[in-house]
Design a protein around this ligand. Sequence first.
Ligand code: G6P
Length: 478
Amino acid sequence: MSGRYGLVVVANRLPVDLTVEDDGSTSWRRSPGGLVSALEPVMQAADGAWVGWAGSPDVEADAFDGDGMRLVPVALSADEVRDYYEGFSNDTLWPLYHDVISPPEFHRRWWDAYRRVNRRFAEAAADQAAEGATVWVQDYQLQLVPALLRDLRPDLRIGYFHHIPFPPLEIFAQLPWRRQVVEGLLGADLIGFQRAGDASNFVRVVRRLTDLSTKGQVITVPGTEETAARTVRAAAFPISIDSARFDAMARTEAVRARAREIRRDLGDPSVLLLGVDRLDYTKGIRHRIKAFGELLEEGRLAVPEAALVQVASPSRENVEAYQQLRDEVETLVGRINGEHGQIGSAAIYYMHHSYPPEEMAALYLAADVMLVTALRDGMNLVAKEFVAACTDDRGVLVLSEFAGAADELAGSLLVNPHDIDGLKDAIERAVTMEPREMRRRMRKLRRRVLEDDVTKWSRTFLDALALRPGQSPGAVMP
Ligand code: G6P
């Protein structure tokens, strides 16, 4: 059976979450994370269908039109949320793919749930896609979907984009189900990664764990009795943001006034440092806070002239590693505020909340220095949002070399967040940077971010996906 949509996105989450309030009433709210922010404008322009989970267990909702697209909820039971989402996706794959910063757990029951749920997503996508349609599968939660979908619907053109890092063979090989995962991905015609290094890690994994032949980025999958041989391409397509939207938002009087108000409410510090992350152990939040604390300790920065605002949005709160991180971060913030805060002026303003984009734009605009100190990150869209919001060319980006954004954002101050002394020096350099150098760097950053926006990213990926073998793939390389 085929559906009516020419473009179908399949992602773990819908762009909106169904939230159940204390009184039992429900409402739809925007979902967390960079993936949703990146794909929403693409889908709104394409009149496509988006297949995804509504964010709460046991939600059996019908498909509906919303946010300028068809939204198709996939139901997950409470056990599946525990085993597929919190378990295999976020306690096996997430830490494994992020350099085992936290030890991954391997459980056969989680893997079984992952397979079962991936099949459900593949079936839902197959129902929505028109004959010959393009289906674009997103991210590590759904790595088996490309092959499952190809079995159901060989007529489809299937793309997959991996939003997080793809680890080196030596780490990936720990996964007991490594071969099945690789075969799942190879169901796609095009596999996109954030960095060239991720794509080459994947091709190396294919070479070592399968008998398939590879040539550069192209993998040949031999035909069977029923199917012809085909090729799969793995390449880098660094994702971006709706840069013009952030730029425009940061130019509105409402956002500019709010930025001034934020600084005033913080007691008009001369240096405002900002961190914005999901509360995740990959983001290097503790490293950043530690560096800031030591700068205060050594008198290289002082309260109330300097303040750090840290927005840490709640994330994956049922996973133990996240609960532990929250305790550690909050202890550290409490200790530094206890030592260096004064009545009326804290050293660190820590917010465990998420905020609407306008408030984020105001915070970016208010900040002097943005700290992105991820220990490992696929891209980090916060870095790009900050740049897009710096409409007055004022502000310095301190950026981890372990974030995908480091490949593109020359003009930032690159740091190794494990090197606390190096990080402190970079923060000091950012704080004391001459306005001329700041403007020069920020202009360079802004040119890049405004030009390479999310529309260009999706167009480049979808154009490359539409190319048939034999057509010059070189022409569409980003
Ligand atoms: C990252 C992942 C996304 C994910 C987001 C939020 O950006 O790449 O796939 O949706 O984090 O995480 P969550 O577990 O809340 O969906």
